[in-house]
Ligand binder design. Structure first.
Ligand code: GLN
Length: 543
């Protein structure tokens, strides 16, 4: 069995519990200790796949095709290792499997109860990851805050694991928020005290309390929490908002968190965040900046594009520049000239999406990119947009479309596979998780990747319609990556354009701060090149 670290939240959610968990993973891994991370989400949905991005933010897809919480993205990026479906547990999954078993009669006439049936199911999922991963430490984050009704069974399951395992193999970390009262100009500890009281009433005494705040946390505040919540002063750690999320592991190490965790869990390994620190240094000291437009439907909610945002930051580190994102509402592009919204950007990204809303605005963004030689990266739906735009405006196929938006299109250049085969049945689920892709030598895409056979993660239903492949290719759309048997178009690009490329997969899911995704890296590289042209232009024009 590994050692266990359970991370819970107090006072309010969305104050960085996921980043803390991910940072703890990085701290341990940098000390040579193998880790795995798990998220327990109390909501009743089986997975976030069906939830609106407004409710949930991005859906993160693992290589084995699980649709999970965006925190798994942070875990993978910080720890730099792929996770699987075992790392994502929701109340929905737990209830579903218990109820399915009940219907099958597996409980032999017993009464099914939250304790022990739900709690046993939760524990078995935690232990399953513990066993499958072979890691020395399993970090397990509980979503929401302590006191949430849905979270109760998870907290009870954790209490039981602490009871079942040797005492010195489990740690509880509680992340609390300190509100700032403007009138008196002070940080308040009372909500933290209440939250810890709540946690203790469930049988869990926190070993470490992290005090999240947007303001500097004076020592006496930390001491007060330590006294009232019965934690060691050195384990009552202020965690002020960092300049970048990637700085958090460094700050926590400096405050002694790694040393304390190792001591309490009897682990060994010395600090070595040198490489991580160098990466953060490059991030914080760029030698220039580029501006990239992200044209989407949910741009008012940046969480919906978390991995895209982070991938751009990683590509910025690789190119030594700061990547400023101009968030552009696709629907605004439908009513206003593209120049109004996109003028001056050095790159355009059309990220993944579903449904009709904003589609025509995204097509306009692709036209703008193609005709002005602005670097374009289309992610999943963004490739479908690029292909449709090309069909309409280069090949003269008026009304070309994806059948997702226009089922009656005269030129369905993007369609469902069974439509391509003349089958009318629309059924068929999403293509999820990692699939291999063979690159076509001599293409832009092949030049980006070090290998010619790659694996990338998918989450979509519609595909490039092979019926139109010949016509589009004759007009200058290059297919630069396909499934190994050649039957599915995975990457396409516009020949003669400095960088106009779309992928049917989601490269943003595999980018890491220390290992930027090659397509993002070279897309930002192309944006930097365009930026240089822009500034040379300004010099020539005397501005
Ligand atoms: N809606 C498109 C499809 O299902 C694209 C999905 C996506 O961008 N993730 O194919």
């Amino acid at each position: 069995m590994p050692k266990f670290i359970f991370v819970t939240g107090g006072v309010v959610s969305s104050v960085g519990k996921g980043i803390t968990t991910a940072s703890l993973g990085r701290i341990l891994k940098s000390r040579g200790i193998s880790v795995t991370i798990q998220k327990l989400d109390p909501y009743l949905n089986v997975d976030p796949g069906t939830m609106s991005p407004y409710q949930h933010g991005e859906v993160f897809v693992t290589t084995d095709g699980a649709e999970t919480d965006l925190d798994l993205g942070h875990y993978e990026r910080f720890v730099d290792q792929d996770l699987t479906q075992l790392s994502s547990v929701t109340s929905g999954q737990v209830y579903l499997s218990v109820l399915e078993r009940e219907r099958r009669g597996d409980y032999l006439g017993g009464t099914i109860q939250a304790v022990p049936h739900l709690t046993n199911e939760i524990k078995s999922r935690i232990y399953a990851l513990a066993q499958a991963s072979g890691a020395e430490v399993l970090i397990c984050e509980v979503g929401g805050t302590v006191g949430d009704i849905e979270g109760e069974t998870f907290i009870e399951a954790i209490r039981q694991i602490r009871h079942e395992q040797p005492r010195d193999t489990c740690l509880s970390v509680h992340v609390c928020f300190l509100p700032w009262v403007g009138a008196t100009g002070e940080l308040k500890t009372k909500p933290t005290q209440h939250s810890v009281r709540e946690l203790r009433s469930k049988g869990i005494q926190p070993d470490i309390i992290l005090l999240r705040s947007d303001h500097p946390v004076p020592q006496e505040i930390a001491d007060k929490v330590a006294l009232f919540c019965d934690t060691e002063p050195r384990a009552t750690i202020p965690m002020e908002t960092a300049r970048t999320i990637y700085e958090v592991p460094i700050l926590l190490e400096e405050k002694g968190m790694g040393d304390y965790v190792l001591e309490r869990l009897h682990l060994h390994g010395s600090r070595d965040l040198t490489e991580w620190r160098q990466m953060v240094d490059r991030l914080r000291h760029p030698s220039g900046a580029v501006e990239v437009a992200v044209v989407g439907k949910y741009v008012s909610l940046h969480d919906a594009y978390m991995s895209v945002k982070e991938s751009l930051a990683h590509a910025g580190i690789a190119n030594g520049v700061d990547v400023d994102i101009r968030w552009v509402h696709a629907e605004d592009l439908e009513t206003r000239p593209a120049e109004d919204l996109l003028e001056g950007v050095q790159g355009i990204i059309v990220p993944g999406g579903f449904g009709e809303r904003g589609w025509e605005g995204k097509i306009k963004a692709a036209t703008f990119a193609r005709t002005n030689n602005v670097p374009y990266l289309g992610l999943c739906l963004g490739m479908q947009v690029m292909v449709t735009e090309f069909a309409r405006n280069v090949c003269g196929m008026a009304g070309a479309n994806t059948t997702e938006v226009d089922p009656e299109s005269p030129y369905p250049v993007i369609s469902l596979l069974d439509e391509q085969e003349g089958v009318t049945n629309k059924g068929g689920t999403m293509r999820l998780g990692a699939y291999p892709c063979k690159l076509v030598p001599g293409t832009l895409a092949a030049g980006c990747y070090p290998d010619d056979l790659i694996q990338e993660r998918h989450r979509h239903r519609w595909e490039f319609n092979n019926f139109y492949r010949g016509i589009l290719e004759a007009a200058g759309l290059r297919v630069s990556g396909t499934s190994p048997d050649g039957s599915l178009v995975e990457i396409s690009e516009v020949a003669g354009h400095p960088f106009m490329l779309g992928t049917q997969f989601h490269p943003e899911l595999q980018s890491r701060p220390n290992r930027p995704h090659p397509l993002f890296r070279d897309f930002v590289g192309a944006a930097v090149a365009l930026g240089a042209v822009h500034s040379a232009d300004r010099v020539l024009r005397g501005r």
